[in-house]
Write a protein that binds this ligand. Structure first.
Ligand SMILES: NC(=O)C1=CN([C@@H]2O[C@H](COP(=O)(O)OP(=O)(O)OC[C@H]3O[C@@H](n4cnc5c(N)ncnc54)[C@H](O)[C@@H]3O)[C@@H](O)[C@H]2O)[C@@H](O)CC1
Ligand SMILES: [K+]
Length: 460
């Protein structure tokens, strides 16, 4: 059972292609299914700790994995029963079912067991479960002590995080061969419990990966405040938000943070490390600025638009957040020839790029291509995409992040990474990772100021 940090993410079609490519020489579909069944049996034996296991088998190859795992678990002397929703339909499932020498109970009549192994449907699910199958799955899941899904919980689509109907909550999901988008996209991801990969010897490559601990810029003996990275935070009508971004940039490791506001110093007296200056358009053309953060507390009035235009024409690397995402035009962004990172939440994303039926990964990739910017599409399942197609999917972040000011902290953290010289995609990744770690370190009911402060500690 491999933790999924940093692993490639494959859609159902990409996974099928990878499996086909792996079938060379004496490796057949049956070989892969045997490997999957064996890996599942090993994982389940460990998790079940001697308790009775009920394996639910569907008609396709996901069911096939279930029959093989059941046969292996029984051979190890563990108490196992099998219940099927219908007879096997694929060749793989028929061969696998023949290896199970016990009884097969009809799913709707099956009695619960403490360990439930769901091998009804995996990547081949193409429509909602039949009502009787769904009811049986929910009934058996609610009576179980531990619910384990094979590849994906039956009832979730593979590529977009959608639920095709009412679903029970699982404790563990054993992804086979590769992580799929729904293992991290919401709402599906929140029902999967711990997601772990089982290796089945299929080599997988993708431009999309799960977030992992990134390389973070570190100072050395020759570093000075400017080489560490100078961040200019452009303030507006609500200086609290820009103050938070400035604090976060410092806490994330920036060497110099400049807060540019109209009406003189306004921040809390304790924040001595932030350099405060009155805003003037020419302040943004300062060569040493490694990143401009614009949007937190900017407002949406004429002054705000003017400041945004000045930031765009400065050509300096940009982090565009909050109010600036409501003011900016995609065409103007595409014309800015420096590095740029946009950090929209769902509402801001729709405002900028329009409503779409696409899944979050595809929509974010399209937005990055269209704007020429790295797009950090925030949420419980943040997706980061670069114009060249690279993407990072982030596992569920702390729900306690849903409080005012946490987005400003993220913008500041990303600004620090960009100013330190990371390329924009890596800067976004590093900022998002630091932010998620800081939230974890803060526990519950923290405030955005605590989150910004916690960035120092999680730099490690
Ligand atoms: N292809 C391979 O080489 C391997 C596949 N593996 C397993 O195979 C799975 C994919 O297998 P399949 O493509 O057979 O797909 P599934 O086992 O997910 O099921 C597909 C079958 O169910 C039917 N179906 C789809 N939705 C239904 C619904 N709502 N109600 C009733 N029937 C429905 C389809 O028509 C098809 O017959 C993976 O998730 C994984 O568990 C593993 O065994 C490893 C190797
Ligand atoms: K399943």
């Amino acid at each position: 059972m491999i933790p999924i940090d940093g692993l490639p993410v494959l859609t159902a079609a990409e996974m099928r292609a990878a499996e086909l490519a792996a079938m060379v020489g004496d490796v057949t579909e049956a070989t892969l299914m045997d490997r999957a069944g064996a890996a599942i049996a090993r994982a389940v034996a460990r998790l079940a700790a001697g308790r009775e296991i009920l394996v639910l088998c569907g008609p396709g190859n996901n069911g096939g994995d279930g029959y093989i795992a059941a046969a292996m678990l029984r051979r190890q002397g563990l108490p196992v029963r099998v219940a099927a929703s219908e007879a096997p339909r694929s060749d793989g499932a028929r061969r696998a079912a023949a290896l199970w020498d016990g009884a097969v109970e009809p799913l709707v009549q099956a009695k619960p067991a403490p360990i439930l192994l769901d091998a009804l449907f995996g990547t081949g699910l193409s429509r909602p479960l039949d009502h009787s199958v769904q009811q049986a799955l929910c009934r058996l899941a609610s009576a179980a002590w531990l619910r384990i899904a094979v590849d994906l919980p039956s009832g979730v689509a593979t590529d977009d995080g959608k639920l095709l109907g009412e679903m029970p909550r699982f404790d563990v999901t054993l992804a086979l061969g590769a992580v799929k988008p729904s293992h991290v996209l919401q709402p599906a991801a929140s029902l999967m419990g711990q997601v772990r990969l089982l290796d089945i010897g299929v080599s997988t490559e993708s431009q999309a990966h799960i977030l992992a601990r990134p390389g973070l810029p570190e100072p050395n003996a020759t570093s000075h405040k400017y080489s560490r990275g100078m961040v200019a935070v452009v303030a507006g009508s609500m200086s609290g938000a820009s103050e938070l971004a400035a604090l976060a940039a410092l806490r994330a490791g920036a060497g110099y943070v400049l807060h540019l506001a109209s009406a003189g110093p306004s921040g809390p007296a304790s924040l001595h490390a932030v350099v405060r200056r009155g805003y003037a358009a020419d302040a943004l053309s300062e060569e040493r600025i490694g990143a401009i953060v614009i949007g937190p507390g900017l407002g949406r009035d004429g002054d705000a638009s003017e400041r945004l235009n000045a930031a765009l024409v400065s050509g300096r690397p940009l982090v565009v957040d909050g109010d600036a995402l409501r003011l900016v035009q995609i065409e103007a962004l595409a014309e800015h020839d420096g590095s740029k990172i946009l950090t929209p939440h769902g509402g801001e994303f729709t405002h900028l790029f329009g409503k779409t039926a696409d899944d979050k990964l595809s929509a974010t990739r399209r937005a990055a291509r269209q704007s020429g910017a790295v797009v950090v599409h925030k949420g419980a399942d943040t997706v980061i995409a670069a114009p060249d197609g690279r993407a990072i999917l982030c596992p569920e972040a702390s729900p306690w992040l849903s409080t005012a000011g946490t987005g400003d902290v993220l913008a500041g953290a990303i600004g620090a990474m960009l100013a330190a010289g990371l390329e924009p995609f890596r800067a976004a990744e590093a900022g998002v990772w630091l932010h998620a770690q800081a939230a974890r370190a803060c526990g519950k009911a923290f405030i955005a100021d605590d989150l910004a402060d916690a960035l120092s500690a999680v730099r490690g």
